[in-house]
Design a protein around this ligand. Structure first.
Ligand code: OGA
Ligand code: NI
Length: 364
């Protein structure tokens, strides 16, 4: 999520979807209408309602000394979740409910501000921080039915203080407090994930250094034609781990690609959705894969999601860990590169499934 300004991008006019919805509730401009192959297909969703993303009890992962049996069982569940799904929900994550509710409140308040006020923090074309639509690079690119507000959080040098809103007054403090807790959660999960791979607990955290952390709030207003549009284009995340909070009372909207079918992630009260990003896929030589996901919209209900991306420090060299490679059964399928390079590549490419990961693949 480093801010990478690119000159000479012509995105054309990008409608603000909240304003569109307010002024012309039944209009969906052509630029949001997806080609037939990309549109949501309701029957695929219904057919696969029986698929449930695994639920992991984080408190059990943290209690190795007290209850070895239940810790071991949860580690095994985590291993299967990472291997078979790339997505899971964590309950008992230990983040104070007041913070979980607080971040939602300030995010909602921010999106409800008048457009002119939000536009004081513009997301410049080719960058990924501020208010607007990220990942738009040309006039003919289809647009997502979504407003985003994104900020670099850690380390300090990725922050752009001009983009941190003064209003709502509690916004910045809440983002800081929430992010501190989510960071700890990511680091703890990375320790547990290392264990599921038979690695030393601290492998990832030691390697990552001062991890890069960013937050993105996505607001999806209702859309009169949810069958024609996408809230967010299919993509995998460039992070190591992503933590996604679904707003209370929001419509169901997040879908993941499971066995070639789109499956909805049903919100579980006070749970956080975790997913494996491209960086862990490379480090594990493809044992744990980043999974393509997208967001849909709803005819009457709006939806809010608060997403944290956690990744290695930019200067860290990434490539499959030697323990994950054996020339006969698991040959190395990704090259080595600097994480900063990947990050730059990711934010300067449009969201298009897992295409950005081609950057790292060794093609034979
Ligand atoms: C993301 C993302 C999904 C959602 O921001 O990377 O996948 O449900 N969001 O908002
Ligand atoms: Ni995502």
């Amino acid at each position: 999520m480093s801010p990478v300004p690119i000159s000479q991008i012509n995105t054309g006019h990008i409608d603000d979807v909240q304003e569109l919805r307010k002024a012309k509730p039944t209009l969906v401009p052509e630029r949001f209408v997806r080609d037939a192959t990309e549109r949501p297909t309701p029957c695929a969703v219904l057919d696969h309602d029986s698929y449930e993303v695994p639920i992991i009890d984080f408190s059990k992962l943290m209690k190795v000394d007290e209850d070895e049996g239940s810790w071991r069982a949860e580690i095994l569940k985590l291993k299967r979740a990472c291997q078979d799904w790339g997505f899971f929900q964590v309950v008992n994550h230990g983040i104070d409910l007041s913070l979980v509710e607080g971040i939602e409140e300030v995010a909602k308040e921010f999106f409800m501000l008048p457009l002119e006020e939000k536009q004081r923090y513009p997301m410049v074309a080719g960058t990924v921080q501020g208010y607007g639509q990220a990942f738009v690079f040309s006039e003919d690119q289809k647009l997502d039915w979504c407003n985003m507000f994104a900020l670099g959080v850690e380390p300090q040098f990725i922050r752009n203080p001009k983009l941190w809103p003064k209003n709502p007054p509690k916004f910045s403090g809440t983002v800081d407090d929430y992010s501190r807790e989510v960071r700890k959660l990511c680091q703890n999960l990375l320790n547990s994930i290392a264990i599921t791979l038979g690695l030393k607990e601290g492998t990832f955290n030691e390697m990552f250094g001062v991890g890069v952390q960013a937050i993105r709030m996505n607001y999806y207003p209702p859309c009169s034609r949810p069958d024609l549009v996408l809230g967010l284009s299919p993509h995998s995340d460039g992070s190591a781990l992503t933590v996604l909070q679904q707003g209370k009372g929001s419509s169901v909207g997040l879908q993941i690609l499971k066995d070639t079918k789109w499956v909805s992630v049903q919100p579980v009260p006070n749970a956080l959705v975790i997913n494996i990003g491209d960086t862990l896929e490379v480090l594990t030589n493809g044992k744990y894969k980043s999974v393509e996901h997208r967001a849909l919209t709803h005819k009457e209900k709006d939806r809010l999601s608060i997403v944290t991306f956690y990744a290695p420090s930019y200067e860290v060299e990434i490539g499959p860990l030697p323990e994950m490679v054996d020339e006969i059964n698991h040959p190395c399928t990704y090259r080595r590169y600097n994480h900063g390079e990947y990050s730059k590549h990711y934010v300067t490419s449009k969201l298009q499934g897992k295409k950005t990961l081609d950057f790292a693949k060794i093609i034979n």
